[in-house]
Design a protein around this ligand. Structure first.
Ligand SMILES: NC(=O)c1ccc[n+]([C@@H]2O[C@H](COP(=O)([O-])OP(=O)(O)OC[C@H]3O[C@@H](n4cnc5c(N)ncnc54)[C@H](OP(=O)(O)O)[C@@H]3O)[C@@H](O)[C@H]2O)c1
Length: 306
């Protein structure tokens, strides 16, 4: 994998894997769920690859996200690390955690992504109970043995994420980390650091939920919107780029985080966010102010959001 071209964007090694990831990755849920056109996805991903992106995350159930990615940049497959997930091949509401359907889901993902391997296959937020039974982990290990995936990971939060780290069988953890979701910072990431796991921050901008004046109708945004109202961070009142830049730099300043996969539907967004990161990490004072505010007002129920 070549280093970033035409960009000084920082890269970090993902735990003990051989992957050296751009700190700004791409999250593939929005292009799928919002039905972005193939042409737009081509511009978005082609432009981001040219500017230094090398991490693309998607999932089996983000509508046509895998197909869009495969069509847009399948021909440039060697230029990026490709991550997908399994467990809901029939849709989010129809999880299936048996070994054979999981392996069939990975094979379907490869066809849709126009590739013969993914760099990382992740369990898509199964419960702690399902993880403990072990069949799901064996399925991923089998996918790795068969060469369908180079590494295996767990994507999820809370007690299940902690189990995934502590069981020692996964290479990476994808978990929610943002200004509105800080449970993992004390609960999970110290364990992930000790286990030298690769850590992928999902929902790293808290869905920019502060942009809504009134409570958004989309349930996915509501928890972060309500938390941010209570947190009332002064920096969110600044110009929108300053607010987004501070929020993203916070996530990437959290010890243990290697890459932040921001979702977007807009071709210019990845480069805009990469430019915001040129300011580097937050100062220890800025970082501590955000942490202190969370400790001051976060309720016990404010757990990691899937
Ligand atoms: N259970 C799981 O495994 C799980 C769950 C959730 C998410 N994920 C992964 O995490 C990825 C990211 O999560 P997400 O997309 O929900 O949350 P996110 O990255 O925190 O937020 C994405 C939103 O931020 C907006 N945005 C991005 N940059 C911005 C900027 N500079 N200024 C203003 N708005 C900006 C985007 O809008 P525009 O379209 O306008 O850019 C988009 O609506 C997903 O795509 C997926 O890959 C995994």
């Amino acid at each position: 994998m070549s280093a970033a071209r035409g960009s000084a964007l920082e890269q970090r090694r993902l735990g003990q894997t051989d992957m050296v990831a751009s700190v700004l990755g791409f999250g593939g849920s929005e292009i799928g769920y919002q039905g972005v056109s193939g042409r737009t996805v081509g511009r978005l991903l082609g432009g981001a690859l040219d500017a230094g992106l090398n991490v693309i995350d998607t999932a089996e159930c983000y509508d046509d996200s895998e197909i869009l990615i495969g069509k847009a940049i399948g021909s440039r497959r060697r230029e990026f690390y490709l991550f997908t997930k399994c467990g809901h091949a029939g849709g989010w509401a129809r999880a299936d955690w048996r070994r054979a359907p999981l392996l069939a889901s990975v094979e379907r993902s490869l066809r849709r992504l126009a590739t013969d391997y993914v760099d990382l296959i992740q369990l898509h937020s199964c419960s702690l109970e399902t993880l403990r039974k072990g069949e799901v982990i064996q399925a991923l290990e089998q996918a790795r043995e068969r060469g369908l995936a180079r590494y295996i990971g767990y994507s999820g939060d809370g007690a299940a994420a902690r189990y995934a780290v502590e069981c020692g069988r996964f290479d990476t953890l994808q978990t929610s980390v943002s200004i509105a979701d800080q449970e993992a910072i004390e609960g999970t990431l110290p364990l992930a650091i000790a286990g030298q796991m690769g850590v992928i921050a999902k929902r790293p901008l808290a869905n920019v939920a502060w942009r809504y004046e009134k409570k958004p109708s989309e349930p996915y945004y509501q928890t972060y919107w309500s938390r941010l109202k209570t947190l009332d961070y002064p920096f969110l009142k600044a110009a929108s780029e300053t607010a987004a830049g501070t929020a993203l730099r916070f996530t990437l300043s959290v010890p243990g985080v290697h890459t932040a996969i921001v979702g977007t539907t807009r071709p210019e967004r990845w480069q805009e966010n990469a430019a915001l990161l040129q300011a580097g990490g937050l100062s220890p004072r800025e970082f501590e102010q955000i942490r202190a505010r969370w400790r001051e007002v976060a309720e016990r129920s404010w757990d990691g959001q899937v």
